[in-house]
Write a protein that binds this ligand. Structure first.
Ligand code: GLN
Length: 484
């Protein structure tokens, strides 16, 4: 079925004219019609617009155009601006807002010929780990619909795992690409901070946010990273680092590469099946010729606390703009203060409010130095731990999550438990380094995907992708399908 193809498989078929972009897009739309009632990965999509884009791509293909993603249907997390499409961040507060411009990442995908369609569900403003914080209802895990798909990019992961699109985009502030990719059995990449422009991404925590791809294999991840990367004058935090041809790095030559195993990551709450799968993956790497080195990241214990100070502080500032005046929904009041309070009171969900309150608190005078300033210092220590480790190793290997997908409702009443599910992913954002999650096995009963995380040096995506690809090609996991 065409909707099950990877980007590189579909591109090969399109180039040989074995299939058309319209057929591929229609296959995705048919799959959505068949399964999205169970999964609810999409908040909305416009089938007519997607098919019109596909027809335009087919015309270009027949005129000989060779753009690198020409005719590939890609679905988008509801936090990225796509011109003339709705943008809600899975919140009520944006009302019926429509984007007036394209995010840079979207502009680049469009220039490469991709068909940009659909708004994928997420935790409101990307705050969460289960997609239960959406104002548009739950997304369910395609492997077991009683379970969550992870979050905050749960819709992006579920849509790829359910073959409702060829690939998708998500964003990762503390794990929101890697964690749902792990729980849904796809490949999720968080690039180095500054690798992809954040222009047109609605900010949650600006010093941590990155855009990245969800794909069915590592090669597709390399392809999308290459298209979206690069410096952008509209994002002053994007970095003028040259963009390599990432797919060229996928040569299987990992003999002699050094992989670090952090001793701090073998924590008590680590599920036995997850641990066994990661141990087996490490053995596989040894078989492939990599050298395993024990390393230490001594400040790991402070990562979750540090993250929840910095991320909430930045969120409280970033979300101040949603006031009922500038965008979206408004609840009228007798004066501006009443209007702001009523709009924000009605528009934001409970988790977003919790974060704004926490963030305002840690920035308030008298507490700023005790919390925010302190957290910034610990953040530097965490980054230094990684930089020190990378003097000895090419990449670090860990589980992506402590457990496989949990049941819907299981952690939603306990924010601390929810926050702890990000224990392995959060440090990477604090350090600004790249990370990838790829399938490394399944739990037995029920059968649920397990994710392996690889963390790399700043702008070390080539090594990460090379290592991920070598493992993927030696193992069967990425070929398994959720039986929907
Ligand atoms: N789960 C984390 C949080 O709730 C990370 C979210 C993200 O990466 N956007 O903040």
């Amino acid at each position: 079925m065409l909707n099950q193809l990877t980007i590189s498989e579909l591109m090969a078929k399109l180039a040989k004219r074995e299939v058309s972009a319209r057929e591929a897009t229609q296959a995705c739309l048919d799959q959505i019609a068949r399964v999205d009632g169970k999964i609810h990965a999409f908040i909305s999509y416009n089938a007519a617009d997607a098919l019109a884009q596909a027809d335009a791509a087919d015309k270009l293909i027949s005129s000989g155009a060779k753009n690198s993603l020409l005719g590939v249907p890609i679905a988008i997390k509801d936090v990225l601006a796509v011109k003339n499409q709705p943008l809600n961040c899975a919140s009520k507060i944006l009302g019926n807002f429509t984007s007036t411009y394209d995010a840079t990442a979207i502009e680049k995908l469009k220039a490469a010929g991709a068909i940009i369609f659909g708004r994928l569900n997420m935790d409101e403003f990307a705050m969460g780990s289960s997609t239960e914080n959406s104002a548009f209802g739950l997304t369910r895990n395609p492997w077991d619909v009683t379970r969550i798909p992870g979050g905050s990019s749960g819709g992006s992961a579920a849509a790829v795992a359910a073959d409702e699109c060829i690939a998708s985009l998500g964003t990762d502030t503390g794990g929101s690409i890697r964690q749902p990719a792990a729980l849904c059995g796809c490949v999720g990449l968080k690039p180095t901070y500054g690798r992809i422009s954040r222009y047109g991404l609605v900010a949650f925590a600006s010093s941590l946010d990155q855009i990245g791809p969800f794909t069915k294999d590592v090669r597709d991840s390399a392809i999308l990273l290459g298209v979206m990367s690069g410096v952008d004058p509209r994002d002053s935090t994007s970095v003028p680092e040259p963009v390599p041809n990432y797919a060229n790095a996928l040569d299987g030559k990992i003999r002699g590469m050094k992989l670090g195993l952090p001793k701090e990551y073998m924590i008590g709450g680590l599920d036995a099946e997850v641990k066994a799968a990661v141990d087996a993956a490490v053995k596989q790497y040894e078989k492939l010729g990599a050298e395993i080195v024990e390393i230490s990241l001594p400040h790991t214990d402070y990562a979750v606390a540090t993250y929840y100070i910095i991320a909430t502080a930045e969120a409280s500032a970033n979300l101040a703009r949603f006031d009922g005046i500038r965008y979206g929904a408004r609840v009228e009041g007798n004066d501006p203060i009443e209007l702001y309070s009523k709009t924000r009171g009605a528009g934001f969900g409970a988790e977003v409010k919790r974060r704004i309150i926490l963030g305002t608190y840690v920035l308030s005078s008298g507490y700023h130095d005790a919390y925010y300033l302190h957290a910034q210092k610990v953040r530097t220590l965490i980054r230094n731990d990684f930089l020190k480790a990378f003097e000895k190793v090419d990449a670090i290997v860990t589980p992506t999550t402590p457990t496989a997908a949990f049941k819907a409702g299981e952690k939603s009443g306990d924010p601390l438990q929810m926050y702890l599910s990000d224990i392995f992913t959060i440090s990477c954002n604090l350090a600004g380094i790249p990370g990838i999650s790829l399938p490394c096995g399944f739990t037995k009963n029920p059968k649920l995907p397990i994710g392996l995380q690889l963390l790399g040096q700043p702008f070390g995506e080539e090594s990460l992708l090379k290592l991920a690809h070598a493992y993927e090609q030696a193992t069967p996991w990425h070929r398994e399908k959720a039986g929907l």
